[in-house]
Design a protein around this ligand. Structure first.
Ligand SMILES: *Cc1c(COP(=O)(O)O)cnc(C)c1O
Length: 471
């Protein structure tokens, strides 16, 4: 067959559009991208024909079915959401780059309700008048933390900014040199302080700060004392930090508020479950801190938010700050936060239903069982890849409990034909990206952060990788 005859046999765009499978595709995706994809694919074949030696044409065949499959693949890929789900096989529970805390299934129901319906966002049902968006969460937060008042903003960085801007504009705030923390590059205590309009007065040294360091620096220009939880690092050895009780005594003596940024802000004492001790919000408040700020999506396990709790007079002042409007949260955040807080009314319910807490407190036997199930599913699908169950460690992540390694079980993968880097890349670029770790030239899957319903996808993907199929 010569080139000309073969080119004549090329399918037309309309022909492909009439294919049953393509008709189905048109119901799901924009027609324009489908037509574009069909044109491109036909064009590719045309170029291939033009660039191929006529002697080889005997073997050349235009297979409409595989062309259609190619087009479906291409259209699905082009229409993929940029922000989409991935499988977290890293074992880092609060993985900042992978979206930090997972929202509880129990909370999702409320989210769908509020997102797709009109709601009581700023409407008071009993009076029929305008209400406040903050009212939905204030009471329950106060109930759970023992605080007099509460306010929610976009994230903890915003919370600290708002607190400083309200309490200490153009005034001094005293902070220990051991607590000038940086969290993930974009939150640095000295910078946030400057943005908030407060003047940083750093005292003490990196490893030791005493009560007298704070006291000697208090003057008429001092608006507050700030304690920052060193969430993502620990200063070990010859150290001294002033605890919150001592700061509160000092604050009372000079009539200045004590602010504590506790970072993660857990409501449950996680040391009961074998994790590192982290200050709880209730504790901070009961020890007398005037204002406490924490994140919604770290150990609390809710949506991204910054929660401010404390004395009523300060909270009321913050509500009136113009910045509050700029930092305000939307109905999705408020719904997820209220529903998450409600789970904490019963600690057992919180541990069972909040994914972050569930993953962090998972029993090692349960993890082992999970690893065995995944291992079995993988084994059934692979030939050139070997999979082994090995013990290892997971991490809390999110800048919480930096020194804590949680014992876990991993699936270690070794491919005959691919390097660990090559296998990692193919898993990552999968239609459902699978994000994993590499150690000692093996790809590691930590089952702690993998959902059971994701096991089949992993097994299937490994099978496709082995067979060099599109994934
Ligand atoms: C994480 C953290 C922050 C920043 O919180 P975001 O919610 O990420 O804005 C601020 N301070 C401390 C101590 C933290 O641990």
């Amino acid at each position: 067959m010569n080139k000309k005859n073969l080119l004549v046999k090329l399918p037309k765009v309309d022909e492909i559009l009439n294919d049953k499978k393509i008709e189905e595709l048109i119901k799901k995706f924009p027609r324009t991208t489908i037509v574009d994809s069909i044109r491109n694919k036909i064009d590719e074949i045309r170029k291939l024909i033009l660039n191929t030696d006529e002697a080889e044409f005997d073997k050349f065949e235009i297979n409409i079915d595989s062309l259609v499959e190619d087009i479906i693949w291409d259209v699905e890929k082009r229409n993929q959401m940029s922000l989409r789900k991935v499988i977290n096989a890293t074992g880092v529970v609060l993985h900042t780059n992978l979206g930090r805390a997972l929202i509880s299934e129990k909370v999702i129901e409320n989210l769908i309700d509020v997102a797709s319906h009109y709601s009581t966002l700023e409407f008071d049902i009993s009076s029929g008048k305008r209400g406040s968006r903050y009212s939905h969460v204030e009471e329950i937060i106060c109930q759970l933390t023992g605080a007099e008042g509460a306010l929610v903003v976009n994230n903890n960085a915003a919370a600290v900014l708002l607190v400083l801007n309200t309490i200490a504009p153009n005034k001094k705030v005293i902070v220990s040199r051991g607590q000038l923390v940086e969290i993930g590059g974009s939150f640095r205590v000295p910078e946030v302080m400057a943005q908030g309009g407060a003047i940083l007065k750093e005292v003490g040294t990196t490893n030791k700060t005493h009560v007298f360091d704070y006291e000697d620096n208090i003057d008429e220009e001092t608006a507050a004392i700030l304690k920052v939880h060193t969430s993502n690092y620990k200063i070990l050895g010859f150290t001294k930090e002033v605890d919150i009780e001592e700061m509160v005594l000092l604050g009372k003596k000079y009539d200045i508020p004590v602010i504590e940024d506790i970072g993660s802000g857990t409501l449950v004492d996680l040391s009961k479950y074998g994790l590192t001790y982290e200050p709880t919000v209730l504790e901070s408040i009961s020890k007398g801190a005037d204002i406490v700020t924490f994140s919604g999506d770290k150990l609390l396990g809710g949506p991204q938010a910054g929660i401010i709790v404390g004395k009523k007079k300060y909270i009321e002042k913050m509500k009136k700050n113009q910045l509050t409007r700029a930092l305000r949260v939307d109905k999705m955040t408020l719904t997820a936060l209220e529903a998450t807080f409600r789970l904490y009314l019963d600690e057992k319910m919180a541990l069972e239903n909040i994914p972050t807490l569930k993953m962090l407190t998972m029993d090692i036997d349960e993890i082992k069982q999970k690893a065995e199930v995944l291992h079995r599913k993988i084994e059934q699908k692979i030939k050139t890849i070997t999979a082994k169950i090995i013990p290892g460690y997971s991490q809390v992540g999110g800048g919480a409990m930096p020194l804590k390694d949680l014992p876990t079980y991993l699936i270690s993968l070794n491919s005959k034909n691919l390097s660990a880097k090559g296998l990692e890349e193919l898993l990552r670029k999968n239609k459902f990206p699978i994000i994993c770790r590499i150690n000692d030239d093996k790809v590691l899957l930590d089952v702690r952060t993998i959902k059971a319903e994701e096991f089949d996808i992993i097994a299937k993907t490994l099978n496709s990788i082995e067979n060099g199929r599109k994934i």
